[in-house]
Design a protein around this ligand. Structure first.
Ligand SMILES: Nc1ncnc2c1ncn2[C@@H]1O[C@H](COP(=O)(O)OP(=O)(O)OP(=O)(O)O)[C@@H](O)[C@H]1O
Ligand SMILES: [Mg+2]
Length: 286
């Protein structure tokens, strides 16, 4: 499923004037089954943008389309089976049931699935996010931060969304947990055709998979496009106060020093080495 923003402005309703606009003239399109990443400094409007995309807030100006349909929060009720799911920055606040199983079952039950289907959805969702079956009868409130995050994601996946909006999903996970989650998201995107929009402060964790990168600065879209293109303007990143991933800076230096053209989107030392080896061999230097 596609999501399109057309010249979207947004301001939170204010009880005292003046109303502070938070987002200005935001336009973009997320194609079906694409991996999109949104970065920007604290308070730049990232979480607000995700809530607009999820249909939880209404633009002050402009329009938001789910596929070809204009969706305005408040004007129409969210559909019973919303195709767009959001895991917020503090997923704890999304949890409310007595057990993990009931938490994940809540969505499919509300969608009118039969008990057998609900069970199936719960099991599938738990295995997708790598949640141990042993946790099914535990209270979601007595889990670790990382486990709570997984329960929130599984609850969403159990409703079979077509678009996943994730606000800093790797925060609070250990290195193995991060790797597992990224692998799982890659599978959902490629095999299930799910469109992803992810807010992160750690681009390097998902670098090779990103199709489109969006950089917000004070509510405006400062840059948008393929990461390899955007990384060619390191001064712009400096102006915006955003660091480039270390590996990207390293590849840029390597390219400049030795006239190489390794993609700035390579995400691991191993893949950089492979590219380097291939270039040196083609030059007859190896
Ligand atoms: N409910 C609200 N009412 C009024 N203003 C709000 C509300 N939520 C956020 N804001 C303001 O909107 C701006 C953008 O907030 P937002 O949470 O979207 O930023 P962010 O980029 O997600 O920041 P962070 O990296 O800290 O999560 C901030 O100035 C914030 O104070
Ligand atoms: Mg935020």
């Amino acid at each position: 499923m596609e999501i399109t923003f057309k010249e979207v402005d947004f301001a939170y309703p204010a009880y005292a004037l003046p109303v502070q606009p938070i987002l200005h003239q935001i336009s973009f399109q997320l194609p079906t089954a694409s991996w999109n990443v949104l970065v920007g400094s604290i308070g730049s409007g990232k979480s607000t943008l995700l809530q607009l995309a999820a249909g939880l807030l209404t633009p002050t100006k402009g329009s938001i389309l789910w596929d070809q349909q204009v969706f305005l929060a408040g004007e129409k009720k969210l559909p019973k089976r919303p195709p767009v799911g959001l895991v917020t920055q503090s997923p704890d606040t999304q949890l409310f049931e007595l057990t993990v199983r009931r938490e994940i079952a809540f969505g499919p039950m509300n969608q009118g699935c039969s008990p057998t289907e609900v069970d199936e959805h719960v099991q599938t969702a738990m295995s997708w996010v790598g949640l141990s079956k042993k946790l099914a009868d535990r209270s979601p409130f007595h889990l670790s931060g990382g486990e709570k995050r997984k329960v929130a994601l599984a609850s969403l996946l159990a409703m079979k969304p077509r678009v996943l909006l994730l606000d800093e999903p790797t925060a609070g996970l250990d290195a193995k947990g991060k790797q597992q989650l990224i692998k799982q998201l890659r599978w959902l995107q490629r095999e299930q055709g799910i469109t992803l929009l992810i807010v992160t402060h750690h681009l390097e964790e998902m670098l090779p998979y990103i199709d489109q990168l969006f950089v917000l600065s004070e509510g405006k879209m400062a840059m948008q496009g393929a990461p390899d293109q955007l990384f060619r303007h390191p001064n712009r990143w400096k102006e915006l106060g955003l660091p480039l991933p270390e590996i990207t800076e390293f590849i840029a230096t390597l390219n400049n020093r030795f006239q190489l053209s390794i993609s700035l989107q390579e995400g691991s030392i191993e893949s950089v080495l492979k590219e380097l080896e291939a270039t040196l061999m083609s030059r007859g230097d190896l």
